[in-house]
Design a protein around this ligand. Structure first.
Ligand code: TC6
Length: 678
C-alpha cells in the first residue's frame, strides 16, 4: 500500500486500484482527505495498466460528509469539486464501496463514481439542511438524476436517510455485497470491466428526473404548500427546493451554478452558523466536566417507575421501546389501570400510523409489569420517581426506596424544580441519587436534564447520561438550583409575560411575538395547553394571581375550551373576552396604568431576562457551558434551532452588550458573565 497522505492509501489488487480513506472518526472530507483523493486519482490517471478503481473507507463508516469543523475557516487543500471531477472523468470505472453512512459530501462523492455498491446496512442521505445548508457538491443536481426529483426533494429538505434496500430499488446503488465489502467491490469492478459496461456518469442521465419543468411544476407547488408550516423560519429548505427545480429545468452545468450561488448565500448566513453550533453543542453536552470518560457504567437492565401518570407513563415508554423491562408502581388500582391503558393506546396509535406492527405493541406491553407494591422494585437497576411535585411526598418515597432498592441501584427523581440534595438526604445513600428531569410528552421530547447532586457519584452521573442516550435523549447536566436550567429560565420569561399583559399587551400579542420569533407556541398558548389549574384548587385558591382568578371563573385552558383563548371543537382559538376582562380588572385593582406596548418591547422583555438567567446559571456553575443552555432550550422548549439557542443568539445576534444595557434600563440585576462573556 502506498500512502498518498496520512489518511488516504492507494493499493493495487492486480489491475484494480483500491483507494482507502482512513480518517477517524467518520472519514469526513477534511483537507487531508481531499488532498489524498486528489493524489490518488492523479496516480490512477497516470497508470495505463489499471482497469478500474474502488473507493472504500476504513473504520465505522463511509465518508460522513464535509468536515464541518472546517466551515467558516479559510479554504485549505484540494477543492472537493476538483476531486469529484477527476473521479467522474476517470478513464477507468470508479466503484464506490459504501458501509455505515454515506452522508452529505460523502454521498456527493459517491454520486461521482460510475457505480456504487454497499453492504446491506448502509444508509444514504443528504443531511445538509439540518446544518442550515444544501448539498453544495453537486448533490442537488445528481441525486434527482438518480432517484427522481420528488424523492430527492424529500431527501434534501428533510435530511432523511435511505436504507440499502431502497437505495438498490431506486438505483442509488448497483449491488448489495454480501461478505467482505472491499473484496465484493473489487469483484464487481472486474465484472463490469469484463462485461464492457459503460462509464455511467450521473450528470448525463436525465431520464429518471420524472418529467420536465412544466410537468413537475404542480409537484413543486404542492410540496411547498404542504411543508410551509414545517419550513417556517428556515432559509435552507427553500434554497434546497430551488436547486432541485434547477436540476429539472436546466442543463447540468447551469444547475450547478444555481446550487453554488444558493449554497454561498446559506453558508454566509447566520442560520448555518447557528445550526452548525447546535450540531457540535449536542455532542459537547455529552461530555461531563471533571469526569473520567472511562468511568465504568452501572448496569441498567431493568427499570422501576413510581407514578403512572402522564410523566411516569411517558418515561416508561422510552425504556419499553428499546427493550428494557419496566415495573410501574401506583397507589391505586384505577390510576394504575388508567396509566397502563394510556401507554397501550399510545403504542396502538403509532402502530396504526404504520410505525411498527401490532406484534411489536404486544412485545412492548409484555415488558411492562404494573403493580401496587413499591417492594416490587427491589431488583430494579434504576428507579425513577415521577409523582406529584411535593417535597414531603418525594422524601417519603425516597426514604422507603432506601430500604427496598438493592444496593447500588440508581435512585432518580423526575422533579422539575425541587432540591435533589434534600431528596437525597432522605436516604442513607445520597451517592446513588440523581435527578432525571424528562419533558412532556416524555416519550417524544428529546431533552433530559440530568441533575447532579452534591453527592451524586461519578458512576451514577455517567450512567444516567448514558441511559439517556440509550433511550434516544440528549442529556444535559445541570447543578441543583430551583427549576434547574430550563425551568429557571422559563420562570424569568413567564414573570415578564405576566407583567406585560397587565401593563397593556394582550396575551395574543405576547404569543404572536414569540411565535414570529420561531417558538412553536407562546407562553399563554402553552399555559392553556398545560391547563390553567395545574397546582390550583378551589379550596385553597387565594385569588391573588390572574391565574387564580381565571380558574375561579371556570377557565381551565384547552381541556374545557376556555382559557386565555376560547377554543372551538377543532381547537381553533380566539382571544377570550372573559380572560381579557379579568386581566383588565386585575390591572385596575392593582393601580397599573395600561399603555400601548410594541412588539420590540415584548420581545426584549421576554427574551433578555431569560438570557440573563442563563448567564447567572453559568455564573453559578449550574450549567457546564453556554452551549448546554442552548441545547436545553432547543430540545425542551422549542427555541428555534436556526437561532442557535438563547446564549448563541445573545452572543451572535442580539448582542450581549445590548442586552446588558437594556436589562440595566429595566432595573434588573445583570449577570457578570453577560457583561464579560462566557
Ligand atoms: C456536507 O457534507 C456539505 C457538503 C457540501 C460541500 C461543499 N465533520 O455523531 P457522532 C464528529 S455537510 C466533522 O457522535 P455517531 C463529531 O463531532 C456534512 N466532524 O457519532 C464527533 O466528534 P467528537 C453532512 C464530524 O456514530 C464524532 O465525529 N454530513 C462530522 O453517533 C462522532 O460523531 C453530516 O451532517 C463531520 N461531518 O454518528 C453528517 N460528523 O467525538 C454528520 C461527525 O469529538 N454526522 N463528526 O464529539 C452524523 O450524522 C454522525 O456523526 C454520524 C455518526 C451518523 C456520521
Amino acid at each position: 500500500m502506498a500512502a498518498i497522505t496520512s489518511v488516504v492509501d492507494l493499493a493495487m489488487d492486480g489491475d484494480v486500484a483500491v483507494i482507502t480513506i482512513d480518517s477517524p472518526p467518520v472519514n469526513a472530507l477534511s483537507a487531508d482527505v481531499r488532498d489524498g483523493l486528489d493524489g490518488a486519482f492523479r496516480a490512477i490517471a497516470a497508470n495505463p495498466a489499471l482497469k478500474a478503481a474502488v473507493l472504500v473507507c476504513a473504520g465505522r463508516t463511509f465518508i460522513a460528509g464535509a468536515d464541518i469543523s472546517e466551515f467558516g475557516k479559510p479554504p485549505r487543500g484540494a477543492s472537493l469539486h476538483a476531486v469529484q471531477d477527476a473521479m467522474e472523468e476517470s478513464a477507468v470505472p470508479v466503484v464506490a464501496a459504501i458501509h455505515g453512512t454515506a452522508l452529505g459530501g460523502g454521498l456527493e462523492v459517491a454520486l461521482c463514481a460510475h457505480y456504487r455498491v454497499s453492504d446491506a446496512k448502509a444508509k444514504f442521505g443528504l443531511p445538509e439542511v439540518k446544518l442550515g445548508l444544501l448539498p453544495g457538491a453537486g448533490g442537488t443536481q445528481r441525486l434527482p438524476r438518480v432517484v427522481g426529483a420528488k424523492k430527492a426533494l424529500e431527501m434534501v429538505t428533510s435530511g432523511a436517510q435511505m436504507g440499502a434496500k431502497d437505495a438498490l430499488a431506486a438505483g442509488l446503488v448497483d449491488e448489495i455485497v454480501e461478505g467482505d465489502l472491499t473484496a465484493g467491490a473489487i469483484a464487481f469492478a472486474r465484472r463490469i470491466v469484463a462485461e464492457g459496461r459503460p462509464l455511467k456518469k450521473v450528470r448525463d442521465d436525465t431520464s429518471k428526473l420524472g418529467g420536465d419543468a412544466a410537468a413537475l411544476a404542480p409537484m413543486f407547488a404542492d410540496f411547498r404548500q404542504s411543508h410551509a408550516r414545517a419550513f417556517k423560519g428556515f432559509d435552507a429548505p427553500e434554497a434546497n427546493i430551488k436547486c432541485i427545480e434547477a436540476a429539472v429545468a436546466l442543463p447540468f452545468e447551469e444547475g450547478m451554478k444555481v446550487e453554488r450561488s444558493e449554497f454561498m448565500k446559506l453558508m454566509s448566513g447566520l442560520q448555518a452558523t447557528a445550526q452548525r453550533h447546535v450540531f457540535f453543542a449536542e455532542r459537547q453536552a455529552a461530555k461531563i466536566d471533571g469526569l473520567d470518560p472511562k468511568t465504568e457504567l452501572l448496569p441498567v437492565k431493568s427499570v422501576g417507575i413510581i407514578g403512572a401518570g402522564t410523566m411516569g407513563g411517558g418515561i416508561a415508554m422510552n425504556f419499553l421501546s428499546v427493550g428494557i423491562p419496566v415495573t410501574i408502581v401506583e397507589t391505586k388500582q384505577e390510576a394504575l389501570d388508567r396509566g397502563v391503558a394510556v401507554i397501550r393506546r399510545n403504542y396502538e396509535n403509532s402502530a396504526k400510523k404504520g410505525r411498527f406492527s401490532m406484534e411489536e405493541v404486544e412485545a412492548r406491553m409484555g415488558r411492562l409489569t404494573p403493580t401496587l407494591a413499591l417492594e416490587d422494585l427491589k431488583d430494579a437497576d434504576l428507579i425513577i420517581e415521577a409523582v406529584f411535585e411535593n417535597m414531603d411526598i418525594k422524601k417519603d418515597i425516597f426514604g422507603k426506596l432506601d430500604t427496598i432498592a438493592r444496593p447500588g441501584a440508581i435512585l432518580a427523581s423526575n422533579t422539575s424544580y425541587l432540591n435533589v440534595d434534600e431528596i437525597a438526604a432522605s436516604t442513607t445513600r445520597p451517592e446513588s441519587v440523581v435527578g432525571t428531569h424528562f419533558f412532556s410528552p416524555a416519550n417524544v421530547m428529546r431533552l433530559l436534564e440530568v441533575v447532579r447532586g452534591a453527592r451524586t457519584s461519578p458512576q451514577v452521573l455517567a450512567t444516567a447520561m448514558a441511559t439517556g442516550k440509550a433511550i434516544g435523549k440528549i442529556g444535559v447536566v445541570s447543578g441543583v438550583c430551583h427549576g434547574f436550567i430550563g425551568n429557571r429560565m422559563l420562570g424569568a420569561r413567564q414573570e415578564q409575560a405576566n407583567k406585560l399583559i397587565l401593563e397593556g399587551a394582550r396575551p395574543a400579542d405576547v404569543d404572536r411575538v414569540l411565535t414570529d420569533f420561531g417558538f412553536p407556541m407562546g407562553p399563554f398558548q402553552m399555559a392553556d395547553l398545560a391547563g390553567l389549574d395545574i397546582g390550583w384548587s378551589a379550596e385553597t385558591s387565594k385569588g391573588v394571581t390572574v391565574r387564580d382568578r381565571l380558574c375561579e371563573a371556570g377557565l381551565r385552558g384547552q381541556k374545557n375550551g376556555k382559557g386565555f383563548y376560547d377554543y372551538d371543537a377543532d381547537r381553533n382559538r380566539t382571544p377570550s373576552p372573559v380572560a381579557e376582562a379579568i386581566i383588565l380588572d386585575y390591572a385596575a385593582e392593582k393601580g397599573i396604568n395600561r399603555r400601548s406596548i410594541d412588539d420590540q418591547e415584548i420581545l426584549e422583555r421576554c427574551l433578555y431576562p431569560m438570557v440573563n438567567e442563563g448567564a447567572k446559571i453559568l455564573d453559578e456553575g449550574m450549567a457546564q457551558r453556554a452551549s448546554d443552555v442552548d441545547i436545553v432550550w432547543i430540545n425542551g422548549y422549542g427555541w428555534p434551532v436556526y437561532r442557535g439557542g438563547p446564549m448563541f443568539w445573545a452572543e451572535h445576534d442580539a448582542g450581549r452588550d445590548t442586552i446588558a444595557a437594556a436589562l440595566e434600563r429595566m432595573g434588573m440585576d445583570v449577570s457578570p458573565k453577560l457583561k464579560s462573556g462566557w
